[in-house]
Structures are given as structure tokens and as C-alpha cells.
Design a protein. Sequence first.
Length: 402
Amino acid sequence: MEQGAVQAIAGDPLLDLARPEVLRDPYPAYARLRETAPVFWHELLGSWVLTRHADCLAVLTDSARFASDWRRAGEDIPAPLLSVQTLDPPEHTAIRHLLLDGFRAQDRQALHERLESEVRTLFAGLETRPSFDFVGDLAEPLALRFITAFLGVPAPDLDWFVPMSRTVVDGMDAGLWPEKNEPAVTARAELAAYAGGWLADPPKEGLIAYVAEHAESSGVEETILRNSLRAVLHAGYESASRLLGNAAAALLTTPGALDAFRTAPLATAVDELVRYDAPVQADARVCVEDTDLGGVTIRAGDPVTLLLGAANHDPLRFARPTELRLDRAPNPHLGFGRGAHACLGASMAIRLAGSVLATLAGRYPEARAVAEPCHRRNLTLRGLDRFEVTLRPREAGEEVRT
């Protein structure tokens, strides 16, 4: 570690992010880190931690010096973990192009029309209830239906899939809580077994059908194909469900936000909601060539953790970053990543979120929170455990529960 590069930090700034009161709003804590130690070494993680937009962007867009494939730093990575998420160019290029071609080949308009019908049906079933859990009753089932419809496979049972998916997400924080690793490995293996037969017996439509048809000519190994499709399922579900929950919480707990959403350009407003409280709060790379970054020399072999949530609130890049400004443009947030590993389904996620939130704001202008949103104890992927809301007007004397 570069001597003298890091100012003293009281306590453990990453573990502090998991305290319930900080989980509700981590952005003041991120601001303190940016101001006092924008690049610091975290002993427990054994990693440099970056908090500024410019530094995070530099790493994300420089796959030559910062690798997603840790084999380039001498790590032994098991074959089940090799996928479009973990490979680097040029090996990454073939699987990414195959998936992108598959995305473009789908009738996305028909898919979104089908999902918009489901959105209206879901809301219609919830509007008569005194209140409901926006996460469990709407965001999670809708996100799972959306991603599996795009893949072309039936949606699995929610009671089986959601706990398994959450366990995999918990494992993303195993650097801080090692006890989360083994359950996550088991859950990932169960998910792999579920997805294992897709290419052997592909559906007639959807992304999997396209990949199966073009697999041989793509030159991509079958193991990487299978792992990548599994990754699309899990990442697509988690990103979409958490985006919907975070965005709804922002709109229903920020005074005037729901009204402002109705008049803002839809894609611009959703983009700002991603920046404001992104599902993906952290990412990691490994340095493969000595690099000066943020006043620190990062050595080859050093891990680097990017706090994207902090970068998305960097005042050096965003005017008044703590404000939810639904007409913010341009908006160069890092919520969908950048560079070779930018999110494949970003446009789809924006379209899905737009459909749900436009229905919420347009048809239910009196919608409101009836309890504070409850966040899951995750730092890599930020999301809600529960968020009790109602689509009805407030009754006299009623207060929000905490």
C-alpha cells in the first residue's frame, strides 16, 4: 500500500454502511468518505476503495489495466464462475456480441406491451387493498415475469426463487461477512442446476432460443454460454426488482416527487432515479498494471472496489447531487456501469421501470407510503426488503408508520 496516501478514518467505514440508520440513507456517509479519503485501503477487504466519479469511471473504462477476469492477476477462477460478467476482451467480446445480437433479435415492443398489460392487472388487484408490500407484491413478481419472458422460459415459483436469489446477493458482501459465502455458493449451484437444461432443450422463442440457434457459430464455449444465461436471469431479476423498489421509495417519500414525475420526460426521470438511488452500489476490479489513480499508486495485483453509489452523488460531477431532479440532463451516472461491462439490459430496465412508475404516478396520484421503506442488509446491491404503500388518499389523522 502506498504510504501516506490515506488519511485516518475512524472505525470501519464500510461496516458502518450496514447500520440500519445508514442503510436508509448512505449518501451522507459516502460524502464524508469522498471528502476525507476519496481513495483508501480497506484492510478487511484487502482492497483499494474509490468514491469519486472520475476515478470510478477511469477504472470501468480501462479493461486493459483493470480486469474483471481475475485470472489475469493469477487467481484460479472455477469454470462455473466464468461468464459474460467475469470475462474481459477479447474473450468477453464473443459472448457479449452473441447476447447483444440476441437482445436485438427479440420483439421487445411486443414484450413490453404484454408486460404493460400485466402492470395494469397487478395494480388493479392491489388498488382495492388498504395497503400492500410494493416489493413482494409487485416489484419482485413483475421483474421475474419480465426477465423470464424475455429469456423465453416459464417463471419459476417465487417462493423458491426469491430466497435463493437473495442468498446469492448476500454472498456478494462476503468480503465483509465471510459467513455469507458458503450459502451463496450453494444457492448459485442450485440456480445453475435450474438453468442447466435451457440449451439442451431450448424454447421456441426468446433470448435462449436465439443463443441456442447461434451457439455453434459463435465460437463460445458451452459452459460460458450456460453461465452467462444464468447470469442474465439473476442480474436481470435483481436489477429490475431493486430498481423498482428504490425508485418507488424515492417518489413516495420525497415531497412533490410523484407530481414532478408526471410532467418530466419519462426516460430522463427514470435515469435520475437510477442515479439517485442505484441498485448497483459497488463493483470490483483487479489492477493488472501499476497505475496512478487519485493520487495513489495502485500496484498490479491490487483489488479495487468502486463505490458507485458514492460516485453517483459526487458534486464534482453532478450539480446538487443530493436532490432528486427528475429533469436532470445530461446525467452521466454509473448506475448501469460503463465500458466493456456496461449493463446489457439497461434500456429494457428503463422501459420496465418507466411503465410501472408512469402507471403509479398517472393512475394513482394519491399513492403514498404508509410505512418507512425497510432496506436489506446488502452493500453491493441496494434494495428494499419491504415497502408498505397504499394507492388510496390519506385519511384524516393518519400517519406514516416507522
